[in-house]
Design a protein around this ligand. Structure first.
Ligand code: ADP
Ligand code: ZN
Length: 219
């Protein structure tokens, strides 16, 4: 039997393409770019597909508003969804334990920059993808990839290098309205790379309006 190119392609589609495969999706961009909203959208879609979801937030994220658990609680579908577990992670050990207990279809981690460049977490996620590569297992990681000095931040840039899909979102520059890729710390904040805050401390800025935190006046 000789196949035309087109038939070969459709044969390939039937036999190979829809074989199950694990995926890593990364959602990134500055603060206020809608990363958490995008994560909620993806989780809501997964809930309609009846997939079990394990949703994590680093315990060090103490913001009460715009926190992923609040967004999920206010979502019509997700708030009453049975197969969604929420978990505050403190370190890789408790992430592993909780994950092994639930064995979910989807592992989602929001604000992953608070995990720092933790290679234990990084290796855990990459090993998990390898272990589960023949199943429809999905990891979605959301967070900042740049700090307020405009430099690579935490585990996100590393994970982006291993991702099947990167969703890079922009906010709106508060100065000029251009698409914003940077998170600017407002004057008076500390020099620390990690300072948990919201509109009180940060704003979105474009490439032209962004001023590095290290160049700002400090009190
Ligand atoms: P992220 O998780 O990326 O910090 P959120 O999903 O928490 O973003 O918030 C995104 C929402 O923030 C937007 O839908 C919008 O309502 C609001 N917002 C506030 N300031 C800005 C801005 N400068 N640019 C875009 N959206 C903004
Ligand atoms: Zn600007």
């Amino acid at each position: 039997v000789s196949y035309s190119k087109c038939e070969q392609a459709s044969q390939f589609y039937k036999e190979k393409w829809r074989l199950k495969m694990a995926r890593l999706e990364v959602i990134t961009g500055p603060m206020f770019s809608g990363k958490s909203e995008e994560l909620v959208r993806r989780l809501r879609r997964a809930a309609f597909a009846n997939q079990s979801i394990f949703l994590c937030n680093p315990a060090s994220d103490v913001r009460r508003t715009r926190n992923i658990f609040n967004l999920v609680s206010n979502d019509n579908k997700l708030s009453s969804y049975q197969h969604l577990s929420r978990y505050n992670i403190t370190d890789v050990e408790n992430l592993k334990e909780a994950f092994d207990e639930h064995k979910p279809h989807i592992l989602a981690i929001d604000e992953a920059q608070f995990l720092f460049l933790n290679y234990e977490v990084f290796d855990f996620l990459v090993d998990l993808l390898e272990r589960e590569k023949n199943s429809d297992f999905l990891i979605i990681v959301s967070g900042l990839c740049l700090d307020a000095d405009g430099r690579s931040f935490g585990v996100l840039p590393e994970l982006m290098s291993k991702a099947d899909e990167i969703c890079l979102l922009n906010a709106v520059c508060v100065r000029c309205g251009n698409p914003a890729i940077f998170t600017q710390k407002k004057p008076g904040g500390s020099q620390k790379q990690v300072e948990v805050g919201d509109e009180n401390l940060y704003e979105a800025r474009c490439r032209k309006c962004f001023v590095k935190q290290s160049l700002l006046p400090h009190q």
